[in-house]
Each structure stands twice: as C-alpha cells, then as structure tokens.
Unconditional design. Structure first.
Length: 391
C-alpha cells in the first residue's frame, strides 16, 4: 500500500480490488500537482466541490480532509467507486461527508469548485462537461488536471467551447493543470451523447440493428474490428443456456446472442455505468421489456453464484487507463472459471500477440483455437476439460 502525502495529511491509498502484486499506484503526478495548487492558492472550498473522473479516489480522499462545504465525486467506474469508498474509510472519513455519484445520475444543481481529472476518453469528457455546465456559475473555480500525454488541443477546446476561456499551466513531473474561466452565457450547443449507429451487414443476427452508445464506451461511434470478428464466430444452438457478456461494453455481443437464441438467458456485466446503460437500452430497443435479461454494474462476475453459468463471452481490455496490462484479462478468465458449470465454456476474442491461449491453459488446463486471422483470434476454454496449473 502506497501513501500520498499532501498539505492536508498523508493518506494510504490502494486501487480496487487491492492486489499486493500490483505495482500501479492509486494516484499519479497530476493528482499531486492539483492538490498542491489548491493548497498554495488557498482556493475557497466552503461551497460545493465536485470532483469528476477521480480514478481511485485520491482527490476525494485528500480533499475530504480539508473539510469542504460539500464534496461530490462523479465517476463512471464501479471499481473506482469501490476504491474511493475504501480509501475514504481507511482515512477515517465519515461516509456521509462525500457523495459518490455515477455518470448516470443527475449532477449537483450548483457547483462552486469543479475539479476534472481528464479521462482517457475525450467523449466522456465532452459528455460530463455538458452535463455539469448548467451547475457552473460565473464565480465557479474550474480546474482540470492530467498528464501531459493526456491533455491535447482537443481537450482544451472542449473546456473552451463548453465552459469558457481556457489556458494551461507549465508542466511539472510530466503533469499539467487546466484553468478555465466560466462564461455562463456561452452558446455551447447540444450534448451529442448518447450516440447511435447501425451495425454493419457482416454482423450476424444483429446486422442493421441500431445500438446505443453512451459517452466513454469503447469504440462508441463504430463497431470495433475485434468485436466484428467475434460476431462471425459466436457459438450457436445454445437453447436455454445462461450466457454472460462479460465486460459487455455497449452489449453488441450479448445482443447478437439474444437475437439468435430466443431461449437463452443473458447477463450483461461491466464495471462502467455508461457501458451497462448502453447495453440495456440497445437490448430493450430490439427485444422489448418482456425478454428476460440481467444488467449489472460490478466487478466482473463477483456477484454471480459459483457454477451458475453455461457460457461466458469476453473481449477483454488490455489497458487500465494509460497502463498496458493483462491483469484485467487474467481476472476475467479466473472469474469466468468460478461461475461456469462443469463443461461450461469461456469464449474470448483478443489480439493474437497478447497470448491469451497461454493464460487460459494455466487457468482452465486447456484452450482451443476457434478462429484466427492475422490480428485476432477467438479462443475457447472448457471448464473440466483439463487440469489447471493455477487458480
């Protein structure tokens, strides 16, 4: 566990779920830069302080120690939300002192200090600035922060066109601050999110269907090529199988299965509130309210009972914010094995170079190549087909 030292105290912080082997910290230099600026300039925190995109709760935890008038965190990540709650508890903060909101909930009606940790997704930033703009007034202090590689001309343009005149600080430890002066009379236009598009003709079962994409969802404006390849090689003849679309994103994979397999029971799960909202709206648009399905924001399959699922479908991410890692994929594969019934199957699509077949053999004891092309592979692992070398 690492400790973040600020002008208001030192705080032990971890990501969620906590893993002693994980070398990644729960904060970076951009969080430190912003907290240092707040302390040095003595920004008035007596009103409503909204923190957007606080990845693991480092900003909320440190600011809570400063005892602002009202502190609100807005985030899209279930894992980030859990990390924030645990870091606040570890720091001895009263749970009622910080209001944790998801990106799907209404933001505060008035914000006096708006702090934005720039997200990886420009679309999510655009959506959140539009949603918060009505709460910003002429006296609101607006501060953004991010690493230099995360702050681009397009990033600053969003602040400029949605909130008001914007400038940046000098870089410090490869981090930069954003200063924005609100202009309540600015004509910011309409929020373009959520976005809708029709699936291409080569998307079996779902061809031509319109899908809904909330901002921040992976490939929100088009069908990504990995998922397109996966859709052409999904298992069939599932009958009444219970199927999990794990890390569902906008739910295209699960939607295709539901359309092709009218008796299948679908479970859509993702750690992104935006993703699950997208999946549910797309599903209900085409299958109505009567078709049984579960939509769950959470930590993978953690809330599903052991040996309760027949099939898990996954297109694992290999990035955690800016870090490239297979940790998420490994956890997804291990979680899938726990919830699969004996003989149940995990089907995975991934970039060929990631070598998921090696990881799957360790966890399941076997792995079969279903389909491949130069860039992508679809792999199948069966619970009980082999002896795993580790759990």
């Amino acid at each position: 566990m690492n400790r973040l030292t600020t002008s208001w105290g030192t705080f032990p912080l971890t990501r969620f779920p906590e893993d002693p082997r994980d070398p990644l910290r729960a904060w970076d230099a951009s969080d430190e830069y912003l907290l240092r600026h707040l302390a040095e300039t003595d920004v008035d925190l007596s009103g409503t302080v909204a923190v957007v995109g606080d990845r693991w709760g480092a900003l909320a935890t440190a600011l809570a120690a400063r005892r602002p008038g009202r502190l609100v965190q807005v985030g899209d990540s279930y894992l980030g939300r859990r990390a924030t709650a645990e870091n606040l508890a570890r720091a001895g903060v009263d749970p009622d002192a910080v209001r944790l909101l998801t990106t799907q909930e209404p933001p505060p009606a008035r914000v006096d200090v708006l702090i934005v940790r720039v997200p990886k997704s420009l679309a999510l930033l655009e959506d959140q600035l539009h949603r918060l703009a009505p709460a910003v007034h002429e006296g609101t202090v607006v501060l953004g922060t991010g690493m230099v590689k995360e702050i681009h001309t397009s990033t600053l343009r969003l602040f400029e066109t949605i909130l008001g005149p914007t400038r940046t600080s000098l870089a410090a430890k490869k981090a930069r601050l954003i200063f924005c002066t609100p202009d309540p009379g600015l004509d910011r236009g309409a929020n373009p999110w959520p976005y809708r598009y029709a699936l291409p003709a080569d998307a079996p079962a779902a061809a031509g269907r319109t899908v809904v994409n909330q901002a921040g969802v992976f490939c929100a404006d088009r069908l990504d090529i990995g998922t397109r390849f996966f859709l052409r090689h999904l298992p069939g003849n599932l009958g009444s199988a219970r199927v999990v679309d794990l890390g569902c994103g906008n739910g295209v994979v699960g939607l295709a299965v539901a359309l092709a397999e009218p008796e299948a029971e679908l479970v859509f799960t993702d750690e992104s509130y935006q993703a699950v909202a997208s999946a549910e709206e797309s599903f209900r648009t085409h299958l109505g309210a009567d078709r049984t399905a579960t939509f769950a924001v959470g930590d993978g399959t953690a809330d599903l009972a052991a040996e309760s699922v027949d099939l898990v479908l996954a297109n694992p991410p290999f990035h955690s914010h800016q870090a490239t890692t297979d940790r998420t994929a490994r956890r997804m594969f291990t979680d899938a094995r726990r919830v699969l019934r004996p003989g149940g199957e995990l089907w995975v699509v991934g970039n060929r170079h990631l070598g998921y077949h090696v990881t799957l053999r360790r966890i399941f004891g076997s792995c079969e190549l279903v389909a491949g092309e130069p860039k992508f592979v679809v792999l199948r692992a069966v619970k009980g087909a082999g002896r795993p070398t580790r759990d």
